[in-house]
Design a protein around this ligand. Sequence first.
Ligand code: M6R
Length: 617
Amino acid sequence: MCGIVGYIGKQPVKRILLEGLKRLEYRGYDSAGLTVYAQEGFQLAKTVGRVANLTKAAAKSTFPGTLGISHTRWATHGGVTDANAHPHISSDGKIALVHNGVIENYADMKRFLTTKGYTFSSETDTEALCNLIAYHYAKETEGTPDRTRFFTAVRKSLLHVEGTYGIAVLCADCPDEMVGARKGSPLILGVGTGEYLLASDVAAIVTHTSNVVYLKDDEVVHLTREGFQVMTTAEYGVEAKIDQVTWTVEDAELGDFAHYMLKEIFDQPASLENAMRGRFSDDGSTAKFGGLNLTPHELRQVDRIVFTACGTAWHACLVAEYLIEKFARIPVEVEYASEFRYRNAPLDKNTLVFVVSQSGETIDTLAALREAQRKGYRCLAITNVVGSTIARESDGGIYQHAGPEIGVASTKAFTSQILIAAMLALYLGRMRDLSYADGVEIVKALKEAPGHVKKIVAQAEHIRSIAAKYAQHADFLFLGRQAMFPIALEGALKLKEISYIHAEGYPAAEMKHGPIALISEQCPSVFFASSGEILQKVVSNIQEVKARRGKVILIHTEDCALPDGLADDTIVIPAAHDAALPVLATVPVQLLSYYIALERGCDVDKPRNLAKSVTVE
Ligand code: M6R
C-alpha cells in the first residue's frame, strides 16, 4: 500500500523517481507525486491518478536536481485529491515527506502543532508527521552540528508516532541529505556507488544496484552522497548488513505480455520448477527444506499445525490443510490472520504455526506471526519476497522463489504456495506413516506439474472464447469438493477482484443449503471434477444446477467418465495425483477470470480500490 522512491546521487533525479514509481505502481494508484530538491526550495508535482499523469505534470518543468523523493498513493486518510497526494511539505517550507502507513495519533499531533503555529492543507495523517519533523528541526539547539540536526529531528519526531510508517524525508536546508525510516511498513535501502535509493520494494532498486539493506522496524537511515548511517529511533548505532538481490530487472518486466497478470500466469511452469529445485531427497521419495530450523525429531513432536494468512494466501492454507491431513495425518487449522491476532486462540505446546504471505509484508499476517511468537510458539513462514519482514521475523521457513509478482491479483504465488504445501505434506508424511512407494508417486506427480501447466496455458484461446460467452453475467458460483473447494474460493476471488463480478465459492454439495437459490440462466456455475470416489457426487451436483436452467462451465481431468452434454462448456486438464491436482485446477480459473475482466474492459493489473501489499489494518 503506497510506494515510496527516494534518490540521492549524481544523476538527474526526476527520471529515476518516475521510473521507480512505475515499478511500484501496483502498491497503490490513487495519486502520485514527487519533489526534487532545488536551491530555491522544493520543486513539487502531484496529481490524482496514475504515474502516467504525474509524468505529464512533471514534464511541465525541468526538475534539474539530483536529490528527490516520490510516492504513489493508496488512500487511507483523506480522499483522492491533489492536496492529499504526497509528498507533503511542512507549513514552514522546511521539510518534505513521503509516507507509507498510518499515523494513528495524527489528530493529537495536529492539535499540538496548531498551537505552535503550523498549518495544514490536506486531510492526511502524513502532513501531521511532516510538520512534527519541522517542529523538532526548528527546536534543535543551535549547538547541534548542522550535519546531524535534520537526522536528529526525524528520529525525535518518530518517538512520538503511534502507528506504522515507511518514510523518506528531505530538508530544505540540507542539499546533500536524505533520511528514511520504517516501522511496520517496508523500506529498503539500495546501495550504489556515490548514489543511494530508498524504496518500498526492490523492484524500484534493481535497475540501479543489487546491493540492498533491508531496514528493520525502528531504524532510521541518514544518507549523503558519500555514505549512510543507520541508527535506531532510540539513538543506538546499527551495523547495517548489505544483502544481494537475486531478482533481475527482466524478472519485473512485462515483456511481450499485455498484462503482468497474464505474464505471471504463463510464468507458472517456471515458478513451480523454482519452488521444487533442490528440494527432493536423493531417493526421490520425500521433500527436503533447508530453512525450517527444526530437527526431524522436533518436527515429529508436532501434533497440530495452525496456518494463518490473508486473501489468496489464506486459500493456499486451506489447500495445505487438506494435503497435510491427508498425507501426514496431522490435524491442521486455518485462521484468517486478521482474526487470529485479536482472538485468544488456545494453542498447545506441540503446535507449529505457519504464516503464508507472498509479499511477506501483509500487516495482519505479520501481526498474527508476532502474536503467536509472543505466546512462545515456533512460527515458520512461506513467503516469496526474500528479506521481507515476515521472512526475517519468523523462526524459519520456506522461500517460494516464484520471482516478483506484480499483478495485484495473485497467480503464480498461489500455485507455488500450494505446491510447497504438497511438498510439506509429503515431508511430514514420510516422517510418519506415508510409505516409500506413496512418497515416490507424489514426487513424480509434483515433478510433472510444470509440464501439465504448460498444456493448460496452451488452451488460453479456448478459455478466452468461453470467457467471451459469460463475461456479461453479473453473478457466478464456483463449486468444488475436497481440495477443489479452496480452488473454488480462489476462482471466485480472482473473478471478483479483477472483473467486479459478484462471485462466491462453495463446497459443491453445500450449494443445496442455500446458494442454489441463486441458480438461474443468469448465474453460471464453474465446477471442478476429477476422477475418483467423489466424481459421481459432483456429477449429481451439476445435474441439480442444470435442472434449474443454470449454465455450467466444467473444469475436469481428462480421465473423468462423464455423461454426454453434462456441461455447457468444458476445460479439460491433465489427470494428476491429488497432491498436484490443486495446482492444475487453479490455472484455468486464473485464465477465465483474466479474459472475462479483459472482455469487460477492466484494468486487470490495477483493479479498483485494491493494492498489492496490504500494509494497513
Ligand atoms: O502478500 P500476501 O500474500 O500476504 O497478500 C495477501 C492478500 O492481500 C492477497 O493474496 C490478496 O488477496 C490478493 N489481491 C489476491 O489476489
